[in-house]
Design a protein around this ligand. Structure first.
Ligand SMILES: NC(=O)c1ccc[n+]([C@@H]2O[C@H](COP(=O)([O-])OP(=O)(O)OC[C@H]3O[C@@H](n4cnc5c(N)ncnc54)[C@H](OP(=O)(O)O)[C@@H]3O)[C@@H](O)[C@H]2O)c1
Length: 255
């Protein structure tokens, strides 16, 4: 029996499939459909390639993972009956998903790329699911990392912080590493040091009872070099630079 069927096999579907495989979901429990790339994925990972309707009929949970503007085109001739459908389509509401699929068992999600290493954070908003479907969705989302039940009106801000956020964290790591190089460190070494610093700091914060602000103060003793750096970030309006970028992300209109 197929547990998870993916319609669309691009970057996000592949990140989710990697996460599922790391957690021990078998390749033969995963089916994929896409017009061009599905066969390649079967070759690479041993997952099962099926026509879209067969995939829907045989899967416990169907993931919609094509581009948002393809919703109508892809779903027109498919019969979802009352299948559990999990969409990752950015910007597509639960109402639009119900209208396109005619199933009552819908979960709108927004995962981020870290689902590939089971460290994602996924927003979801769902219709009333039957108990088996609710359990099936919980198992699926647990494989991906943590998840938050969000009002659909908050998906745009979630998308800016969690969806786009990894790019901003990578940019921060790169800036930290470049500053290390400018001050005499080798490039690869500077990147490794910056990466481990961000990783360790995030873990310290997630395990701590202190806030991010309190932890800043605990690193920066009064009059010390870290305090000098934090004061400089404040002078340069670091927080408002970040706030500005998040606002630009939230307000961006898809072309
Ligand atoms: N990437 C992210 O970080 C991210 C984060 C959150 C949400 N999302 C959402 O995830 C979805 C996929 O994004 P992506 O980055 O994975 O895109 P992508 O890499 O461009 O992949 C798009 C996929 O759609 C498939 N496709 C095209 N026409 C199709 C059809 N008629 N029927 C079924 N599948 C079809 C393509 O198949 P072929 O290769 O065979 O043409 C391809 O596998 C989007 O809706 C996006 O909003 C992405």
């Amino acid at each position: 029996m197929i547990k998870y069927g993916f319609i669309g096999t691009g970057n996000m579907a592949q990140a989710i499939i990697k996460g599922l495989r790391h957690k021990g979901v078998l390749a033969k429990e995963i089916a994929v459909y896409s017009p061009r790339s599905a066969a390649k994925l079967t070759e690479k990972w041993g997952v099962i390639s099926l026509p879209a309707q067969t995939l829907i009929d045989e899967s416990d949970l169907v993931v919609l993972a094509f581009l948002p503007n393809q919703l109508e085109n892809v779903t027109t001739n498919l019969n979802f009956q009352d299948k559990l459908v999990v969409s990752v389509l950015a910007g597509i509401t639960v109402e639009q998903l119900i209208a396109a699929t005619h199933t009552t068992q819908i979960v709108r999600t927004l995962p981020n790329v870290n689902v590939a290493i089971n460290q994602g954070v996924t927003a979801f908003s769902k219709t009333d699911l039957t108990t088996p479907n609710s359990n099936a969705f919980k198992a699926f989302s647990d494989y991906l990392g943590s998840s938050v039940n969000l009002a659909e009106s908050q998906f745009a801000v979630f998308s800016a912080i969690a969806g786009s956020g990894p790019a901003y964290v990578f940019k921060y790591i790169d800036a930290l590493a470049q500053a290390g190089v400018a001050n005499g460190l080798d490039g690869d070494l500077a990147t490794n040091i910056a990466t481990q610093t961000v990783l360790g700091s995030a873990q310290t914060l997630s395990l701590s009872t202190q806030t991010a602000k309190e932890l800043q103060a605990s690193v920066a003793s009064p009059g010390g070099s870290t305090r000098a750096g934090l004061d400089d970030l404040d002078t340069q309006n670091f927080d408002s630079v970040i706030a500005h970028a998040i606002k630009a992300t939230v307000e961006h209109k898809h072309l």
